[in-house]
Design a protein around this ligand. Structure first.
Ligand code: FAD
Length: 462
């Protein structure tokens, strides 16, 4: 009988264990369900919807070349899939396991909705090791990155990767499908995605091209990854997030490189696994602080007054008066991505210089990043603001101007803050007031912000 493959963030043909198993068992009906309600405040943001559209289009083309297709449906995923299983007489729905709490719930509900005689078969495939499987000696999952990473490395290299299924048989009749265009995932007016189109190639083939490109450069990563003006990070994050590429494919492609660059890079890929382990243990992590602070004393809450909301908007629009922060926030707006060093600087600026609750930053990134990831985003925001289960970073207040000089962000600032482009390398990190022109003055001085933040921290802890 036919088999459904339920696609989510695993939009690839190769190393796709659910597709593989389904293709072996019978004719395959690949299905993507757009379920806008289930994730609540983490429904896909604008940038994610843009990526999703192009990724579905690309996978649809690849399946089309194999005389297959994707059936697109909208609605509550378990209900839609159970109805489709009835309609098509499938015996099994195959899917790669996901760890966002709404997907775990949906998997449980689907199992119930399928009833007797039909099953949901779940596979691991989006992480180096299945989240929850790397444990301490006493069998508990890890909460802290470093011991987790050491323990996970013991299991490397990861499982062997699968190729594309040899044959993909079609069902006798295809169920109806929505038209992708009718989902309106792309911006209409204004069309804000011009910068995205210039910056990204979406889809599995593009992900492999980028990985090939990266294999020749990973040796430079150790030195280069902190330099936002240079292109020395992989930029694989959206491909990994959407599952156009699996981390096992990345690991096997690069593992023989044996450079310091590769070793450092491998640890970053492990951060991705770590973040899933955290949300697997603490499903509300991207919404909830885990430290015993009086947060009312820590944050100036934007809901509490228009001046603070204006501050939040200055940060969002890249108008803080700190060029490296503004370059980052404008890169985000223009391309849906920010260099990691600048993500840290910009996030630290929001929570420490502006004392704005990290959740407002998390939500803005969620809406604007093409790699917006429930685990990675939540874990990194909590790590920066020192509110999570790992290290307490609140008192490590990054100095944006020093960071900008140290990591030589001049070229990056020229690209994203063009009104400062004519300034010299010596002046561009911290332009003198009379050379700022239309570029704003600093919202707050670094020294003053630092003292205010430490003071707030002290009272929130006491
Ligand atoms: P590379 O440096 O080439 O790293 C390779 C891969 O490792 C990345 O593609 C990513 O999958 C993983 N990785 C690297 N750093 C981290 C990290 N710190 N945590 C988890 N995984 C990591 N990353 C996301 O994928 N989605 C997010 O929503 C996200 N939000 C972030 C929010 C903040 C405040 C900060 C400080 C970081 C965030 N990151 C997020 C982590 C990191 O900035 C990006 O993964 C990285 O910049 C992506 O670029 P790259 O692919 O060139 O990374």
């Amino acid at each position: 009988s036919p088999q459904i493959v339920w696609l989510r963030r695993d939009l690839r043909m190769a190393d796709q264990p659910a597709l593989h198993a389904a293709a072996k068992a019978g004719p395959v009906i690949p299905v993507y369900v757009l379920d806008d309600e289930r994730a609540g405040d983490h429904a896909y943001g604008g940038a994610s919807r843009w990526w999703l559209h192009h990724s579905l289009e690309s996978l649809g083309r690849s399946l089309g070349a194999r005389k297959s297709r994707i059936v697109l449906r909208k609605g509550d995923a378990p209900q839609v899939l159970a109805a489709l299983a009835d309609e098509t007489g499938v015996s099994c729905i195959h899917a790669i396991r996901h760890y966002e709490p709404w997907w775990k719930e949906a998997e449980d509900e689907l199992r119930d909705a399928l009833g007797e005689g039909r099953k949901l078969c779940l596979y691991d495939g989006n992480y180096l090791m299945p989240p929850g499987s790397v444990t301490t000696g006493s069998g508990d999952p890890y909460k802290i990155y470093t011991p987790f990473s050491k323990a996970l490395l013991e299991h490397m290299p990861p499982r062997d990767v699968l190729g594309e299924p040899e044959t993909i048989h079609s069902p006798d009749a295809w169920p109806d499908s929505d038209a992708l265009e009718a989902w309106d995932l792309l911006p209409t007016r204004p069309d804000w995605a011009g910068g995205f189109r210039a910056f990204w190639e979406v889809g599995e083939a593009a992900a492999h091209d980028r990985l090939d490109w990266w294999a020749d450069r990973v040796a430079d990563y150790d030195e280069g990854r902190n330099l936002p003006s240079e292109d020395i990070t992989s930029r694989l994050s959206p491909h990994l997030h959407w599952g156009e590429l699996s981390p096992a494919q990345v690991w096997h492609k690069l593992k023989d490189k044996r450079s310091d660059g590769w070793r450092t890079f491998g640890k970053e890929i492990i951060w991705r696994d770590y973040a899933q382990n955290v949300i697997d243990q603490f499903p509300d992590y991207p919404r909830t602080s885990y430290r015993d602070y009086d947060e009312r004393k820590l944050w100036r809450n934007p809901d509490a007054g228009h001046l603070i909301r204006e501050d939040l908007e200055c940060w969002q629009r890249g108008m803080t008066g700190y060029p490296v922060v503004d370059a980052g926030m404008r890169q985000l707006w223009q391309t849906g991505w920010i260099h990691n060093r600048v993500r840290m600087i910009a996030a630290s600026f929001l929570v420490k210089h502006l004392l704005i609750d990290w959740r407002f930053g998390e939500q803005w990134f969620w809406d604007c990043l093409v790699d917006a990831d429930y685990g990675n985003n939540g874990v990194n925001w909590q790590w920066i603001s020192g509110t999570g289960v790992d290290s307490n970073m609140f008192v490590r207040i990054m100095a944006p101007l020093t960071q900008s000089e140290k990591f030589d962000a001049a070229g990056y600032i020229r690209e994203y803050v063009p009104e400062l482009a004519r300034l010299s390398d010596a002046e561009i990190h911290d332009p003198p007031d009379h050379k700022r022109g239309k570029y704003p003055k600093k919202m707050i001085g670094h020294k003053e912000a630092r003292e205010r933040a430490l003071e707030a921290y002290k009272s929130a802890k006491s």
